[in-house]
Ligand binder design. Structure first.
Ligand code: ADP
Length: 333
């Protein structure tokens, strides 16, 4: 697909360059033709007539010499132009081929990324479907007790819930996350939002013996944004901090300046190696599946990144393995 596009673009660049060089060459030739030899004589005569000065007029031999010199110069110019254009005949297609490659590179990279995303999404969608089909096939093989059907239905329900979450996340990344034009923007009190999230997560983090504390620099830290986006952003970060921490603590720091709000979500969990920190925000990236008992899809942080970028903010991570991680979000107010 890209080879064909490259060939077409090469052809287009080649034609464009040739037309430009030919127009330029013809332009130079005709301009010189008018300035050398007879062109030069008639111009001098015209200027002298205008000034009323006839003393410096050309005699016949001077005219012949000037015409011959003009012809020689023109012939040389023609030879130079033909030589340059002949050389360009070979060079231009090579340059065009290279330029076409350079022009297509970003499109090709975006296309490959998109393909990878679709392939990963299809793979992740297929897994729960295959599990459900296998379970149903086993259930249908023979008559079973009611409790066995219940176990299978419960497992099917779990897979369907996972599927639902995955589809919701995929839709967010494909559509909503990048397009906040049509979303309702409102004044959000981040202190309120984060306190509410902490209360909602309480049953989960208490079970894992984690302590969570919010440290707002002021009573109220506010920003303008879409409530559901901003909630989703911090929900993902707190959810991860809880998922990847056992018997530790999570601290959420909240600061604001006139223009920005800064939120740090720090945990004392398992941490992330330098190598993995660079890839964390890529879609479907997960650090060694075995590390986490909770099944995730590796989409949470790419959703955070998509939200933050749609607000022209930034998100980053600082982490040490076995000591903990700090996720920092900076958003314009
Ligand atoms: P998910 O958690 O669903 O796998 P995410 O995109 O939210 O997907 O996270 C990607 C990976 O980053 C996770 O698989 C996990 O290994 C790592 N990670 C994210 N947050 C933390 C954290 N606070 N501590 C340690 N590892 C983390």
């Amino acid at each position: 697909m890209f080879t064909k596009a490259r060939l077409q673009l090469t052809l287009f660049y080649t034609l464009l360059f040739f037309v430009l060089f030919w127009v330029f060459s013809f332009g130079i030739y005709f301009w010189m033709d008018r300035s050398f030899g007879e062109g030069y004589i008639s111009e001098v005569k015209q200027q002298q007539t205008q000034k009323g000065d006839h003393q410096g007029e050309f005699d016949d031999s001077q005219q012949t010499l000037t015409t011959i010199a003009g012809d020689v110069a023109l012939k040389r110019l023609l030879t130079v132009l033909i030589t340059i254009n002949s050389i360009l005949l070979f060079i231009i297609p090579i340059i065009s081929w290279y330029l076409a490659k350079k022009s297509l590179e970003p499109i090709q990279a975006a296309h490959e990324k998109q393909n990878q995303f679709v392939a990963d999404a299809s793979h992740e969608l297929r897994t729960p479907i295959s599990i459900m089909i296998a379970e149903i096939e086993v259930a249908l093989k023979k008559e079973r007790a009611e409790k066995d059907y219940k176990i299978i239905l419960k497992s099917n329900k779990e897979e369907l819930e996972r599927l639902g979450t995955l589809v919701k996340n995929l839709l967010f990344l494909a559509r909503d996350g990048v397009n906040k034009q049509h979303k309702r923007m409102e004044e959000i009190d981040l202190t309120d939002l984060l306190s509410t999230l902490i209360i909602q997560f309480k049953p989960i983090y208490q079970k894992k013996q984690i302590l969570i504390e919010l440290h707002p620099a002021e009573d109220s830290v506010t920003m303008k944004g879409n409530f559901s986006d901003i909630r989703q952003l911090f929900l993902n970060l707190i959810d991860n901090a809880i998922k990847y921490t056992d018997k530790g603590r999570i601290d959420i720091d909240l600061r604001q300046t006139n223009k920005f709000v800064r939120v740090n979500v720090s945990d004392t969990g398992m941490g992330i190696s330098q190598k993995n920190q660079k890839l964390l925000f890529d879609r479907f990236y997960r650090v060694e599946m075995a590390r986490s008992e909770t099944k995730g899809y590796g989409l949470g942080l790419s959703i955070c990144k998509a939200i933050v970028e749609s607000y022209h903010g930034s998100i980053g991570v600082n982490s040490i393995v076995n000591q903990g991680s700090v996720f920092t979000v900076i958003l314009p107010k």
